[in-house]
Design a protein. Structure first.
Length: 403
């Protein structure tokens, strides 16, 4: 049974032999992490009370949500029980997270910091250890995006020039071992925003390049954006799914942040533009467009594929709505069925995730002019998307369910 108010700890500490084994593993893991430069892993509050009895770690239970909470200028990871709403602090973060990616199997979480740099951070749910992994040995100055290639290896897009840019022309793809920290180029491919189907058989990514001057005397230049698919098998080459050409300086992206479904059958991407709009496009893996959904607010692009059944959840501000509301949508491309929730009162999305059994959706929201410090974490029943099933879990963003 869970303790509805106290910290949740590993269920495997019943026998003395198991306790000794866990202690040995933790000592070895801690030593290895220290050798590779771990991030600070101090905890406070609830987590501190577990330290003396359970080696200082909290192992979230299956079905819990790991989310980022911010308090007094400090970000931390918390484990939150969606049934009881009880939370336990896991580890403090020495950075502000911009995005999170969960490894196949769910054991590791990779966080991309908001600050431009060559590092990513990996949190191991079982050991409670947070480590930084750097691509500086490859000459990378900034990591722009990442995904999991396997349960232990990340596929990372980065560039060798400093500073973030709206159009990452110089990004290259790298393999980064989350355990050892070793890195290497990935098939000498250039590109950004990679997404790997959890089944591990397919990759999609975007490549942006300079398309030359717009016209005589114009300071603007064209941007060429290409969407590629690659089968993850020896000897395969990238296949071009779609291409677009547009002037720079308008904050336009045509195939932003493509995401593959669990088995790689479908992908979703978003089109953004300076007209404060975002449109979602769902395609089959062969590139055939299944549905386009237009919305009215840039910056609210957040998508998540279900674990079963090829359903994708995303956010929309319908063009007819006011700018102080938004909706949660679920689209099923096989049946071309689009469903949406009632209007929600917050518009800035700070994360979206399905539970392992797809019976819950977790999402983070904040007011359009509010800081991330006051982001709210909610769950909702995706079968109905009824706000009557929505549950307020308190502060939180970038939610991830523990399988």
């Amino acid at each position: 049974m869970r303790d509805p108010v106290g910290p949740k700890v590993s269920r495997s500490l019943g026998a003395a032999a198991a306790a000794v084994a866990v202690a040995i593993v933790l000592l070895v893991a801690t030593a290895a992490a220290a050798a590779s430069g771990p991030a600070a892993a101090g905890t406070g509050g609830t987590a501190a009370s577990a330290s003396a009895t359970h080696f200082g770690i909290i192992v979230p239970a299956s079905g819990d949500i790991v989310a980022v909470r911010r308090n007094a200028g400090q970000d931390s990871l918390w484990s939150i029980d969606p049934a009881t709403k009880a939370g336990s602090q896991l580890v403090t973060l020495p950075f502000r997270p911009a995005s999170v990616a969960q490894s196949p199997g769910g054991r590791r979480l990779a966080y991309l910091p908001m600050s431009a740099g060559p590092k990513v951070y990996v949190y191991d749910i079982k050991t409670g250890i947070l480590v930084s992994r750097s691509l500086s040995a490859r000459g990378v100055k900034v990591v722009d995006s990442l995904t999991w290639l396997t349960s232990t290896k990340l596929l990372v897009a980065g560039k060798t020039t400093a500073g973030r840019a709206f159009y990452p022309f110089a990004d290259r793809l790298y393999v980064l071992d989350a355990v050892s920290g070793a890195s290497s180029r990935f098939r000498k491919l250039s590109g950004t925003e990679p997404s790997v189907a959890p089944a591990g058989t397919l990759l999609v990514y975007v490549r942006l390049s300079d398309g030359g001057p717009v016209g005589s005397g114009s300071p603007m230049r064209f941007v060429i954006e290409r969407l590629y698919r690659l089968k993850l098998a020896a000897g395969t080459t990238p296949h071009l799914l779609a291409t677009a050409k547009y002037p720079d300086g308008l904050d336009i992206r045509r195939f932003h942040d493509p995401r593959l479904s669990q088995r790689g059958s479908y992908l979703i991407s978003s089109t953004t533009g300076s007209d404060i709009s975002v449109s979602y496009m769902v395609r089959s893996a062969s590139g055939v467009v299944r549905r386009t959904v237009k919305t009215a607010l840039a910056g609210s692009a957040a998508t998540a594929w279900s674990n079963h059944g090829n359903h994708v959840a995303f956010w929309s501000m319908p063009l007819a709505d006011n700018t102080d509301t938004t909706r949660l949508l679920v689209y099923s491309p096989a049946s071309d069925l689009l469903r949406h929730s009632d209007k929600l009162s917050k518009v800035a999305v700070t994360g979206l995730a399905w539970s392992s059994s797809d019976d819950l959706l977790a999402y983070g929201l904040r007011g359009f002019n509010s800081l991330d410090d006051v982001a709210e974490l909610w769950t909702i029943d995706p079968s109905t998307l009824s706000l009557s099933s929505a549950q307020d879990l308190g502060a939180g963003s970038l939610p991830v369910f523990v399988p």
